[in-house]
Design a protein around this ligand. Structure first.
Ligand code: SF4
Ligand code: SF4
Length: 346
């Protein structure tokens, strides 16, 4: 602790996220009572009625542990990231959105302008004959209402502020959440050493395949299927049956929850140690899994075969970068400003 005699202070904040991270914290069951006994909650918009003003009033470093979930997609998210960094001793990027950008960062394949147009003008469920878009400032009889700026590019927390630790997952699985709380509580209450700065905590360094019980038989793949197209054998590696499974390029820790139920891993724990770009590495892994023919197959025929098989993957960008676009080497599609923010390459 920081020399004070009272309980360590806990904050949890949601930026651009779905709320699943908060649910995963509550999913630790009755252990939530231990959290309440151990910590004083000083900011947790999902649970309690604290205001941003309360946080601004705290001295710097007042919050011992801040679990920050959500990506940075608006000026409000950015402002809160900066504020909570200043007020917190330990800032944790909690969950895939804060860690890797997650689904919100798939918006980096397009622009803020295109998103506004799709949502407020072209959506079949929207009636907006005057094609009005939300404005930053709106005058009402009582005064002026201000909305946060909607950024073109979604960022991860560490692209905006220094992060002490990362907890991966969409959302992090509850046993991991509890493990992280136990680890950090030992730091605050018993003086245990903090993990190395920048560590991923609550997950394993190796790939998910290492903890997957399905058997790999080195069967080459002829084509890839969507989950509804085949009924897989539940004892054999899904990738070898033509189901896209990101197990080879995803950090372990969840216990291979999805492959155990015959669903390919979507990659929510992000890349394991040593993998910089999850999508690029998965593209290579799929190409390696395809049927390359015999040693006599010519290079040209081989290239065509790999191309044909890879062509059966629906939505490669969304599939390979569903969780990691924000941290990928790509980060975002290039936009052509002279075409009103349309993508340069389809
Ligand atoms: S690719 Fe998927 S199904 Fe196959 S071993 Fe790895 S995690 Fe399991
Ligand atoms: S199997 Fe993959 S997608 Fe499923 S919970 Fe684990 S890391 Fe996430």
């Amino acid at each position: 602790m920081n020399g004070r005699s009272e309980k360590p202070k806990l904050a949890m904040y949601w930026a651009s996220s779905c709320g699943g991270c908060e649910v995963s914290l509550l999913n630790i069951g009755e252990k939530i009572l231990d959290v309440d006994r151990t910590y004083e909650i000083v900011f947790f918009p999902c649970l309690t009625d604290f205001k941003h003003e309360d946080v601004r009033g705290y001295p710097d470093g007042y919050i011992d542990l801040c679990l920050f979930n959500g990506a940075i997609r608006s000026s409000e998210n950015e402002e809160m990231a900066r504020l909570l960094r200043r007020k917190s001793r330990v800032l944790v990027a909690f969950g895939s959105c804060a860690h890797e950008g997650c689904v919100p960062a798939l918006a980096n394949l397009t622009s803020a302008e295109e998103i506004m147009d799709a949502v407020y003008r072209r959506s079949p469920a929207t009636v907006n004959r005057q094609a009005i878009l939300p404005g930053r400032l709106t005058r009402v009889p009582e005064g002026e209402l201000e909305l946060p700026a909607f950024f073109d590019t979604v960022q991860t927390l560490d692209q905006v502020e220094r992060v002490d630790f990362y907890v991966p997952g969409c959302p992090p699985e509850s046993p991991q959440v509890w493990g992280v709380l136990e680890l950090l509580t030992a730091v605050f209450l018993d003086g245990a050493a903090l993990p190395a700065p920048g560590s991923v905590i609550g997950a394993n360094p190796a790939a998910l395949c290492e903890e997957c019980p399905l058997e790999r038989r080195s069967r080459p793949v002829q084509r890839f299927y969507r989950p509804y197209e085949i009924t897989p054998d539940t004892s054999t590696c899904l990738l070898e049956q033509g189901l896209v499974c990101l197990g080879p390029v995803t950090r372990g820790g969840c216990g291979a929850l999805c492959p155990r139920t015959a669903m390919g891993c979507r990659g929510c724990y992000g890349p394991p140690d040593g993998v910089e770009d999850q999508g690029a590495r998965m593209t290579a892994a799929l190409a390696a899994a395809t049927d390359a023919g015999s040693p006599q197959t010519g290079e040209r025929a081989l290239k065509e075969k790999v191309k044909e098989t890879m062509g059966t993957v629906v939505d490669p960008a969304g599939t390979f970068y569903r969780f990691s676009m924000g941290h990928s080497l790509l980060k975002r599609a290039r936009l052509r400003r002279d075409t009103g923010g349309k993508r340069e390459k389809e």
